[in-house]
Design a protein around this ligand. Structure first.
Ligand SMILES: Cc1cc2nc3c(=O)[nH]c(=O)nc-3n(C[C@H](O)[C@H](O)[C@H](O)COP(=O)(O)OP(=O)(O)OC[C@H]3O[C@@H](n4cnc5c(N)ncnc54)[C@H](O)[C@@H]3O)c2cc1C
Ligand code: SF4
Length: 334
């Protein structure tokens, strides 16, 4: 693309809202936006150059892997519904059902999941059959790195893999997939993303739950966040507090994270927008569409506005926190 053409397109970008569309347009026509153009945009819109580069990378990944219409808050998707399966999962059990049906139909040889370790600790694990997937069901509200297992499996020559993760891990998984695609073109990776407002530091969460609810989270059978309330279930008893009260235990990185709905996944799953006991399902790619074909679920309506509202809330919260961080850094250098 010529310099004149790039400048003309950039001149059309008058505000931050049209930045994402502009980058998509540029990505379609050019391999790389010249640094000079990034600097010009950054100055005009008062957006850090690093943010423009981040958005550009996301746009590229969307164009390479996803299919559907792009909603500014929810991201690219071709279908959005809520569903419930016969697996008793965190919400509608859809995440586990997708993995089981993928393994049983031969779409995956292995699935990367998250299992509970001792107490409320958790770690990434590899599941190769129905029982192993079901043993890993349920949300652990911790930031768990699942992507190292992706490298581990591909280095062993395993080519059909499903990976589940929070939006931050989904982004990493997509980047790894780009490399895998180059090195092993016949590899098939399916990325299942979970909605995520925040995750907690395990030790601090244990401390806060003991202080607020006088129970030991290590003994919990299930934890659940719904409509701003954190609930710990131990046997038949439930203990709840507001998620806001756990702010001290939130992982630092989560304060600056803008992605609620795992925008780069093949399928994103959460509870927001779905009736109680159902999972919200966002289908974002051909791979996602194929995975759903073999799956038996009961479908229901979804509140799309609620997902958009939470996505916007998380994005704006991160922007405010990043502004504060930049202001602090600027003061230090004064
Ligand atoms: C840290 C975190 C925060 C979340 N916050 C929200 C939220 O704010 N709003 C919302 O609507 N939904 C949120 N979710 C998603 C929600 O809790 C459910 O995981 C989702 O609805 C899927 O439910 P299910 O019944 O289909 O899952 P299940 O069938 O029970 O399967 C859950 C799958 O997730 C995997 N898993 C569990 N913990 C983790 C983890 N820490 N990292 C990666 N994989 C994991 C399990 O191994 C299992 O495969 C969050 C999830 C996590 C992990
Ligand atoms: S809030 Fe963001 S950084 Fe934190 S666990 Fe969720 S996706 Fe990862």
């Amino acid at each position: 693309m010529t310099k004149d053409r790039i400048n003309k397109i950039i001149d059309e970008c008058k505000d931050k809202e049209s930045l994402s569309q502009l980058l998509a347009k540029l990505n379609k026509e050019s391999e790389e936006i010249p640094k000079e153009a990034v600097r010009k945009l950054s100055k005009r819109l008062n957006v850090p150059a690093s943010e423009i580069q981040r958005l550009q990378e996301i746009n590229r990944l969307e164009q390479e892997f996803l299919k559907g219409t792009k909603d500014e808050e929810i991201g690219v998707h071709s279908d959005l519904f809520s569903a419930r399966s016969n697996i008793d999962g965190q919400d509608g059990g859809v995440a586990s059902t997708l993995l089981v049906s993928g393994i049983e139909s031969g779409s995956f040889d292995a699935a990367i999941v998250v299992t509970r370790r001792k107490g409320y600790d958790a770690e990434a694990a590899i599941a190769r059959n129905r029982n192993e997937v079901i043993a890993a069901r349920g949300t652990k509200y911790l930031r768990v790195r699942t992507t190292p297992k992706l490298k581990e499996l591909t280095s062993k020559g395993i080519k059909k893999i499903a990976i589940i993760g929070t939006p931050c891990e989904v982004l990493t998984a997509r980047k790894i997939q780009q490399t895998i695609k180059r090195e092993t073109p016949d590899a098939k990776i399916a990325i299942i993303g979970l909605f995520c407002m925040e995750a907690f530091n395990r030790d601090k969460l244990k401390e806060e739950i003991t202080r607020l609810l006088a129970v030991d989270i290590d003994k919990s059978d299930k934890t659940q966040i719904r409509k701003g309330v954190f609930t710990v279930k131990i046997g038949e008893k439930e203990y709840s507090c507001k998620v806001k009260e756990l702010n001290n235990a939130v992982e630092k990185a989560c304060h600056y994270c803008k992605d609620f709905s795992a925008r780069l996944a093949d399928i994103s799953i959460g509870s927001a927008g779905a009736p109680k006991g159902y999972s919200t399902v966002v289908v974002r790619s051909k791979t996602g569409e194929k995975l759903l074909k073999n799956m038996k679920t009961a479908k229901a309506e979804v509140e799309k506005d609620e997902i958009a509202r939470l996505s916007k809330f998380k994005r704006e919260r991160a922007e405010r926190n990043l502004d504060l961080l930049n202001q602090k850094a600027a003061k230090k250098t004064e």
